[in-house]
Design a protein around this ligand. Structure first.
Ligand code: AMP
Length: 319
């Protein structure tokens, strides 16, 4: 099933303990699209400025990504983000955010983008997420990401947006902040209890809590599943890991249109998400995913399976 994604298309300036890059291609929609493109056709919706060139669009086109709804705003500047990571790559500081063309952005989706069965609402203002959601009323699977900023300044709108999707993908700290609950499982179950605003039978059924280098957990009303991050010895730049993760997860689900959204399917989607995120962090920005191959993903899934399994009879305990 084709996937539509709306979100930031950006230039990122990033400094980590292992180097720095200025104005490299980034943005949540870009990281998501490149990862998801291994599974399905992706249609990207978002604005760029006059400073965004064909070379940047070609990075997505080479992966078969449909960029015809990338709107080039005359006289505008592309969204810019600057961040710095400390020695602990789990924590980062945002040094600069320039909205540029995102200010006043009104999502205009073509007939083609509106016809997708799967929608990913990357981290943008929740009112915009709701506007886009309303343009795909019949989508079969909708997932949403957000961030602390929107929990701080637009919580009500975000809660309403969450009521209209099937899956929420957030960092563990964001889930705690959103619900005011310190325990991750009860925070996730609280989000699951929020009734869909449409009053329909369908609605939120999956919450994914990203935990950076510690992996990710998947919580539904009935079950819990967790995977560690793939144990890399060298991590260069975590920027976009969350969006690559989402691309792997949503892409895998989109590639199985006829399969019921079972626990098994969601677990396999989590493994693919974990694999895509692990490649993303091996190099700066989109560098690693740009030359990633399907065979490498398959190999990493095998390794993930091996390191997360254990077997043998239960031990007869003394008490
Ligand atoms: P992640 O590391 O997965 O959280 O995603 C980082 C990407 O999100 C970068 O490429 C940034 O360009 C983009 N980004 C950072 N801040 C924002 C924001 N406030 N709104 C939308 N996108 C953002």
């Amino acid at each position: 099933m084709p996937i539509t994604v709306v979100g930031s298309i950006a230039f990122d300036t990033v400094k980590t303990p292992f180097g720095e890059r200025e104005r490299m291609l980034g943005g949540a929609a870009v990281h998501f699209a490149l990862a998801a493109s291994f599974f399905e056709e992706v249609r990207v919706v978002g604005p760029v400025g006059e400073d965004f060139g064909d070379a940047e669009l070609d990075v997505m086109r080479r992966r078969g990504v449909d960029v015809s709804d990338v709107e080039r705003v005359a006289g505008g500047r592309t969204f810019f983000w600057q961040g710095e990571y400390g020695w602990d790559l789990n924590s980062r500081e945002t040094l600069d955010t320039q909205l540029g063309v995102f200010e006043g952005f009104q999502p205009k989706l073509s007939e083609r983008s509106r016809s997708s069965d799967v929608l990913f609402l990357a981290n943008i203002q929740p009112d915009l997420q709701r506007e886009v959601r309303a343009q795909l009323p019949d989508a079969r699977f909708v997932a949403l990401d957000s961030m602390n900023l929107w929990i701080d300044i637009a919580r009500d709108s975000l809660v309403s947006a969450i009521g209209d999707v099937d899956c929420v993908i957030l960092n563990d700290a964001e889930l705690r902040q959103l619900t005011g609950k310190p325990n991750l499982v009860s925070a996730a179950r609280e989000v699951l209890s929020w009734a869909p605003s449409s009053g329909e039978a369908r609605g939120l059924s999956v919450v994914v809590a990203k935990q950076g280098e510690y992996g990710a957990a998947l919580i539904t009303r009935e079950s819990f599943f967790a995977l560690p991050a793939y144990p890399l010895e060298t991590v260069i730049d975590p920027t976009g890991a969350g969006d690559s993760f989402a691309g792997g997860l949503v892409g895998y689900i989109a590639a199985h249109p006829l399969e019921e959204r079972s626990d098994g399917l969601l677990r396999r989607a989590m493994a693919h998400a974990t694999a895509l995120a692990s490649f993303n962090v091996e190099e700066f920005g989109t560098e690693r995913i740009e030359r990633l191959t399907g065979d490498e993903i398959v190999e990493r899934i095998k390794e993930l399976r091996a390191i997360t399994q254990f077997s043998g009879p239960p031990l007869q305990l003394r008490y």
